[in-house]
Design a protein around this ligand. Sequence first.
Ligand code: FE2
Ligand code: FE2
Length: 288
Amino acid sequence: MQSMISIDEVVGRTKLLPLLSQSSMRLMEIIKDDRHTLADIIRIVSLDAPLTARLLMVVNAPAFSQSGQVNSLSRAVAVLGEKVVTGIALAMCAPFIYENDLSGYAGERGLLWKHCMRAAIASREVSRYGAREINPDVAFTSGILHDIGKAVISEYLSDMTGLLLEEVQTQKAADFLDAERQALGFDHTVLGEAVARHWQLPAPYPQVVRFHHEPMLAPEAFRHEVFCAHLGDLIAMMGGTGTGADTLLYRLDEHFEEYFDFPPLWLEATLLTVSDEYEKTKAAFYGE
Ligand SMILES: [Fe+2]
Ligand SMILES: [Fe+2]
């Protein structure tokens, strides 16, 4: 059931997507650098008026407002945390990605952002157990970005969701990724990498996006970060925030334990923390 669309054509279309805002790019760059301070973050955000306004709105939403009215940007950034700030910046400047209706996955509008936010929190949580030291901020941003290709591929899949599901259920396809490949000749990770390259995202983000379902294929240098996103993605789905029809239809790479040093009951603890923080963030962002 191979379709007629060529990968070159679809990748070509990703080049027409708007670029990210200057502030999101700078935020992603700076949180990778261990020497950055909160003042650096505040300096970047303060030059972006719509982002400043959004952060003040979010920080004053009932879920966050334990400490009374927040009207200064520096306080808002301190309360929300720089990772949430980066997530909000991305969601704002790439609504064509995060607000896409994901019809190809039978998922509603906004679901991708919710899934990515939950996966980001989970990736950061598992990064603390990394067999090698992993920057938790990079793990968080990796989670935010991992599925950007879904927004692009979704429209090509829209008449095929049922068929793809059947392929997985009848084991004609190994998982949903394989079903995408069989149907289109490419999958959301390849398109996601094209979007990441178009946005000129620094390493390890293009690699994370490309290999988050097949971490062992990632270049060795980025494999630890890729495994965080891989696991974070599955934990987000286990917690009930997937992207639609494909939820939980992906495989866990059996090598994952080689890349982490897990204490007993880490999964239970992680699921609880992630759920708690995700609900809080979602409530603030959507006012739900
Ligand atoms: Fe994915
Ligand atoms: Fe995902």
